[in-house]
Design a protein around this ligand. Structure first.
Ligand SMILES: *[C@@H]1O[C@H](CO)[C@@H](O)[C@H](O)[C@H]1NC(C)=O
Ligand SMILES: *[C@@H]1O[C@H](CO)[C@@H](O)[C@H](O)[C@H]1NC(C)=O
Ligand SMILES: *[C@@H]1O[C@H](CO)[C@@H](O)[C@H](O)[C@H]1NC(C)=O
Ligand SMILES: *[C@@H]1O[C@H](CO)[C@@H](O)[C@H](O)[C@H]1NC(C)=O
Ligand SMILES: *[C@@H]1O[C@H](CO)[C@@H](O)[C@H](O)[C@H]1NC(C)=O
Ligand SMILES: *[C@@H]1O[C@H](CO)[C@@H](O)[C@H](O)[C@H]1NC(C)=O
Ligand SMILES: *[C@@H]1O[C@H](CO)[C@@H](O)[C@H](O)[C@H]1NC(C)=O
Ligand SMILES: *[C@@H]1O[C@H](CO)[C@@H](O)[C@H](O)[C@H]1NC(C)=O
Ligand SMILES: *[C@@H]1O[C@H](CO)[C@@H](O)[C@H](O)[C@H]1NC(C)=O
Length: 808
């Protein structure tokens, strides 16, 4: 339970501190009552700079600062930069009294003036650019705003790892600049890498989608962009590796129900099989820690199989710290601790102690320690984990590489251009019946219709900050063509059809119609899951009526995080094109316009399945299993297990040009794995008519597995326009294996190819990872027999078998 105590104590202060009474929002994900809007529950903007910065010091260990406080820095070993961080942290923690220690465990750590330690606000957010959600970061006066990138669901759709990395790098640069100006912390509770298991989840917009491998790769790149100091990506002692800023993988784990028909995240007990845990829910977190070297993890509100995640010693200390060798601090969403405290049986805590009438940390903790409920050494360990991260991120010492950053480095033209490009790269062309791109010069008047035409704030979704500026679709499209704008519905709810007549009239008299519709945070958000997948209110009627009346081409643009069942538009003969633009960030309108008018050839691919609406009638959101449950008639979840008809599959997206793949000879067609001992042979679920060989599968953890699958693919652009193609590589298990994924993504590359040009891509897959299956037993195994490698997704895909022989 050691780790449990560690983060419990980190949050303990939050529960009992006067400034953290439960009526105030406390967590990254505040506690709205059933019906309260999220905005109303977010914390007020940070009231001002932190103490050390207020006086224009950018580090704790500043000789002048100590002198100002009447102290001599030489008396404090923790400021001796010649010593290892561990020694310095040991010294720092050793100087504190128990009461002083406890005062550092909340997200607003008070500091200890007596020993020169500054206060620190742990909670900052940077989901898609520096945000002012939390207590660590604020905008105003000298830093009015920061670059606001598209929400992650759209950025993920680019399938471009270097873009994900660049966004992390630019965000952390802006964060360091703001830190230097006293406007930001250095520890960011981003990214959100929970998987979109169910299409109704309100937080899909915050995530990289439904696939564990892709979410893992997204997290690795974003975290490295946020954290890595050039030249220190690897270090002898990873626990003291310098950090640019600290990122946090959240919310661990199996969290993806917010508020669905009275199932609330705070009390939701996710019943999860170990197989799904290993295969799906935990995998992105493992990649985020092992490959991304994230310096923080946040545990989630929910329970898993009856135990609150934050109190589960196996999930927390054993998995994260022991198995994954995590270097960093674990933070709980504060309320999840409150939930546990109320549920006494998990904590074995005395509630009477938990809520003292006069809540001073000192009184409480001293009594808790006196009663043997909390060990002081656990508090020490928690503080050491925390201060190690603050040492690494340069809170105590200067970070020369970043010292010169300031206001000039925030919202630069280059950063704003990256935000625009991220939106362009993510936008997905869903339908194009010889309609796009539109030729602005030949069009004449365009009718511009829909609740999102003049959208601004909706484009930056949630966990946003103040953007540098906005370019709405209206702003950008009116630079290209003459428009007649009639919204049709003044907002997304579209609860009245009164405006439709004017919109129809506009469509009738124009040569083309662009409709910009979709969802917003009033439909899908934190604490707000959807009950269906349809457009709200009269939006469908608006779109149909306007399309019916239009004499020229009709283009429909959908803004949303999750998928929307727009079958009606897919089949509407007059709706010539459909574009999905996620929530495209501050420059979203520019990106949409660039795609519509052909200044950019779209290459984004859906990072989640777009189901038809009837999907939600056949499976309750709270059923966590990924595989179909035949007895209950539940279909499977995500492209890996749902075999029914979808509106648009995972990985789907069109282009203005055409691509063809051809395999170049060198592919690996068979591999032999030497299995040293039969004890590494594991059972395999087989279809009824198949019999398993003597060694059906090998445990990949048996270290006998270092084969590679290599192949080259040539991508030819056979059309007339330059463009980018996302090459997706999937593996399919041998046909005789039962209960396995239909296929699973194992690699992807986005490549730019000039019209009529070709490009060669080389892939080298770790065979044991690429072909691995997670068995019912939760063993990760490679099955013997013929697996298949598939290059592409649907039309034009090519494939080859890889025969796995297990030699015992
Ligand atoms: C929820 O909000 C609606 C609309 O604002 C209101 O009519 C309703 O009374 C609210 N319900 C609760 C439980 O607050
Ligand atoms: C901090 O620096 C800024 C800019 O150099 C200056 O305007 C401000 O007065 C300084 N504040 C203090 C408390 O020294
Ligand atoms: C529609 O397009 C035609 C041909 O390009 C043009 O002559 C006409 O003026 C346009 N009409 C409007 C309303 O813009
Ligand atoms: C594509 O356009 C043609 C010609 O306008 C139309 O007949 C057809 O129904 C359209 N197809 C779809 C799927 O909208
Ligand atoms: C799809 O999965 C269901 C549930 O396991 C199964 O009953 C059905 O036969 C499958 N359909 C196809 C076409 O494979
Ligand atoms: C994998 O093997 C290592 C050492 O051989 C062991 O410590 C670890 O627990 C194993 N993991 C699993 C999931 O079996
Ligand atoms: C299997 O044998 C090889 C070669 O003898 C050895 O290097 C490897 O460590 C062995 N693996 C296990 C899991 O025993
Ligand atoms: C036997 O299994 C194979 C796949 O391994 C399948 O294609 C075939 O249809 C099955 N035959 C019967 C009779 O179930
Ligand atoms: C991937 O993103 C990077 C960074 O924004 C960009 O330079 C590159 O062109 C993108 N690649 C493709 C193929 O679009």
């Amino acid at each position: 339970m050691a780790t449990f105590r560690l983060f419990f104590l980190l949050s303990l202060a939050s529960i009992i501190s006067p400034s953290f009474s439960r009526s105030l929002p406390q967590s990254t994900t505040p506690t709205p009552t059933q019906n309260q809007s999220l905005a109303a529950t977010l914390p007020a903007p940070n009231p001002g700079p932190i103490e050390s910065n207020a006086r224009n010091y950018t580090k704790v260990c500043d000789r002048v600062r100590f002198a100002d406080m009447g102290l001599d820095m030489d008396d404090f070993i923790y400021c001796d930069t010649s010593l290892p961080y561990e020694v310095r942290v040991e010294d720092l923690v050793g100087r504190m009294t128990l009461a002083e220690k406890v005062a550092q465990l909340g997200d607003r750590a008070s500091g200890v003036g007596r020993i020169g330690l500054a206060n620190y606000r742990w909670w900052s957010e940077a989901l898609h650019g520096v945000s002012d959600v939390g207590h660590g970061t604020y905008f105003g006066d000298i830093v009015p705003g920061a670059t606001s990138f598209p929400t992650p669901i759209l950025t993920a759709a680019s399938f471009n790892e270097s873009l994900w990395l660049s966004i992390g790098q630019v965000t952390s640069t802006e964060a360091r600049a703001m830190y230097n100006l006293g406007h930001s912390g250095l520890t960011f509770w981003s990214p959100n890498i929970n998987l979109v298991r169910d299409p109704r989840w309100g937080r899909a917009l915050e995530t990289p989608g439904e696939d564990p491998f892709m979410a893992g790769r997204y997290s690795v790149n974003f975290v490295r962009g946020m954290q890595d100091v050039e030249g220190s990506e690897v270090a002898k002692d990873m626990n003291s590796r310098p950090l640019k800023t600290s990122a946090c993988c959240k919310h661990y784990a199996a969290y993806d129900v917010d508020n669905w028909f009275f199932h609330e995240r705070y009390s939701f007990d996710a019943r999860v099989t170990e197989q799904d845990m290993v295969e799906t829910f935990v995998r992105p977190f493992e990649m985020c820690v092992r490959e991304g070297d994230a310096s923080s993890i946040m545990c989630s509100y929910n329970l898993v199989n009856g135990i609150p995640v934050c109190a589960d010693a196996r999930l927390m200390s054993q998995t994260i710290r022991n198995d994954w060798q995590f270097n960093g601090y674990i933070v709980s969403d504060c309320d999840s601790v409150a939930v546990m405290v109320e549920n006494v049986k998990w904590l074995r805590l005395d509630l009477d102690c938990g809520y003292p009438k006069d809540p001073y940390y000192e009184t409480y903790t001293l009594s808790a320690v006196a009663q043997g409920k909390v060990r002081e050494s656990d508090i020490d360990n928690a503080l050491k984990n925390l201060y190690m991260v603050l040492m690494r991120v340069g809170f105590f010492d200067s970070s020369p590489a970043y010292e010169s950053l300031g206001g000039k480095d925030v919202c630069t033209n280059g950063n704003i251009e990256l935000a625009t490009d991220a939106a362009r790269q993510g936008i997905v062309l869903l339908k194009n019946n010889l309609t796009l791109p539109l030729d602005a010069k030949k069009l004449g008047l365009v009718a511009l219709v829909g609740p999102h035409v003049q959208t601004t704030k909706t484009m930056i979704g949630n966990y946003a900050g103040v953007p540098c500026r906005y370019t709405s679709p209206f702003d950008a499209i009116t630079r290209e063509v003459k428009v007649n704008y009639k919204h049709g519905c003044s907002n997304v709810a579209c609860s009245s059809q009164d405006g439709i007549i004017l919109a129809v009239k506009a469509a009738k008299t124009a040569n083309a119609t662009i409709i910009i519709a979709g969802l917003d945070l009033g439909v899908e958000a934190e604490s707000l899951d959807r009950s269906n997948l349809l457009l709200p209110g009269f939006q469908t009627k608006l779109i149909n009526d306007v399309a019916d009346a239009s004499k020229g081409p009709v283009v429909l643009v959908i803004l949303s995080g999750g998928g929307v069942d727009i079958s009606f538009a897919q089949n509407h003969p007059k709706i010539g094109a459909i574009i999905w633009a996620g929530y495209p960030g501050e420059e979203g309108g520019q990106a949409i316009s660039d795609v519509i008018f052909g200044h950019y050839n779209p290459g984004g691919r859906l990072p989640l399945t777009w189901y038809k609406n009837d999907y939600v009638d056949v499976i309750p959101m709270i059923s966590m299993k990924l595989r179909p449950i035949d007895e209950l008639g539940y279909p499977g979840r995500t492209y890996k297990f749902f075999n029914g008809t979808v509106l648009y599959p995972f990985g789907y997206g069109l282009s203005y040009t055409t691509f063809e793949y051809s395999k170049l000879n060198h592919e690996t067609s068979s591999i032999t794995i030497n299995v040293n001992s039969t004890r590494y042979c594991k059972p395999l679920s087989m279809k009824p008519n198949a019999t398993a060989p003597p060694c059906p599968a090998v445990d990949i953890n048996s270290s006998s597995c270092d084969e590679e699958i290599t192949f080259d693919v040539e991508v030819a652009n056979t059309g007339n326009m330059d463009g980018s193609e996302v090459v997706q590589v999937y593996s399919k298990p041998p046909p005789e294996v039962a209960d396995a994924p239909l296929k699973q993504l194992v690699a992807f590359q986005r490549v730019f190819v000039q019209a009529k040009g070709k490009s060669k891509l080389s892939f080298s897959l770790d065979a044991c990872k690429a072909l691995a299956l997670v068995e019912k037993t939760a063993y990760v195994v490679v099955p013997s027999g013929k697996s298949t490698i598939v290059i592409g997704n649907g039309d034009g895909e090519i494939s080859f078998p890889v025969d796995v022989k297990l030699q015992v």
